[in-house]
Design a binder for this molecule. Structure first.
Ligand code: ASP
Length: 357
């Protein structure tokens, strides 16, 4: 009897050990997945506005950015490092409205905003109105990890990040003829349309190819999410205007329990609807899917106010989502499964009547 009992006990122990090994294996398999999604701005991005060479150039740059972030995740690096790496590539490219390709404000100056958030610690860093830091996203991350604050602006932000060795450049570094000409064109238009209301004056800024804000969201092997956004803002914005990109909860938000998000579009509307946090709250407090949550905020909250733009999202399962109410959005994602998608133009499967012209 005793022998039988001992045998039973031994068998139970062996089987429970095996089960726990299996569980750990499964757990590791689940945790090891990772993904990254990026955007390069939303707006009137239509195939007819692009030559084949331009389309290729945008796609190539998005792919380089995706791969930079992906490599970090694949090597076991953190989501926040992947987000930074992906954004630095886009900031260094004159194709996008961030860093080197930043647009001009009404005074003919370039003022940049950026933010980054760690969804595990809920730490954030942001900078606004800077124009001497080569990569504003690195400045935002410096505010996150080297100051007690979350948002620094102008000279103060530049003094802090310079102290920590972030690369500074003369403001002339950011000049590109393309962006300067865009300002001249819009200044010309404004002279004619003097009677626009203050809000309406914001709208033409995104219609006329002034897109290019960049953002990234990543999910690393440890299950952490991070998000970041970087921009030159909107062409002809008022001197000192700050958009949604450095505003945590509007342009950027990350929380491991819900999702990570980066927004792009007419920032005033994303601030008024606290867009990124609103999507996260919908996921937290309702049973809504990320797809539905994005639709709710973009089409039922931002669009009725007159706002245009889009958002990219990774949820707590490493799944990738995006949506926008503009003609197109530069966008791409890459998952640990190897699946890679890069798109620029209109969503083919999207109901046309929801696209705001
Ligand atoms: N959201 C940015 C801003 O308002 C602009 C953009 O995304 O195109 O500054």
């Amino acid at each position: 009897m005793n022998k039988l009992f001992l045998l039973f006990l031994t068998m139970t122990l062996i089987s429970s050990c095996q089960n726990s090994e299996n569980t750990n294996e499964n757990k590791n398999a689940t945790i090891a997945k990772f993904s990254i999604v990026i955007h390069g701005g939303a707006g009137g991005i239509e195939r007819s506005n692009f030559t084949e060479a331009q389309e290729t150039a945008y796609k190539q740059q998005l792919e380089i950015s995706l791969n930079a972030g992906y490599k970090i995740l694949e090597d076991g690096g953190s989501a926040i490092n992947a987000v930074q790496a992906a954004i630095v590539i886009l900031e260094d490219s004159p194709l996008f409205n961030a860093g080197k390709g930043a647009v001009f404000n009404s005074e003919g100056l370039q003022e940049m905003d950026a933010s980054i958030m760690n969804g595990y610690t809920l730490n954030t860093g942001a900078v606004a109105g800077i124009n001497h830091v080569k990569n504003p996203i690195l400045a935002a991350n410096k505010v996150l990890d080297s100051s007690k604050h979350v948002l620094l602006s102008g000279k103060g932000a530049e003094i802090l990040v310079k102290k920590y060795g972030i690369q500074m450049v003369p403001s002339s570094y950011f000049y590109t003829d393309k962006r300067f000409q865009q300002l001249q064109k819009i200044l010309g238009k404004n002279k004619i349309s003097k009677d626009h209301s203050a809000l309406l004056q914001v709208q033409p800024l995104i219609d006329d190819h002034k897109y290019g804000t960049v953002g990234a969201v990543a999910y690393d092997k440890s299950g952490s999410i991070a998000a970041g956004t970087s921009t030159g803002g909107m062409t002809n914005k008022k001197y000192g205007r700050i958009g949604d990109s450095p505003i945590i909860g509007a342009g950027t938000y990350a929380n491991n329990t819900t999702c990570g998000i980066s927004s792009t579009g007419t920032g005033e509307y994303f601030i008024r609807t606290v867009a990124a946090h609103e999507v996260s709250s919908i996921l937290k407090y309702t049973k809504s899917s990320p797809k539905k949550a994005l639709q709710e905020v973009i089409f039922n909250q931002i669009a009725p106010l007159g706002g245009k733009g889009g958002m990219i999202l990774i949820d707590k399962n490493a799944s990738v989502f995006w949506d926008f109410n503009t003609k197109g959005m530069f966008r791409g994602y890459k998952k640990s499964t190897g699946e890679t998608v890069i798109e620029l133009f209109e969503k083919t499967a999207y109901p046309k009547n929801k696209i705001i012209k």
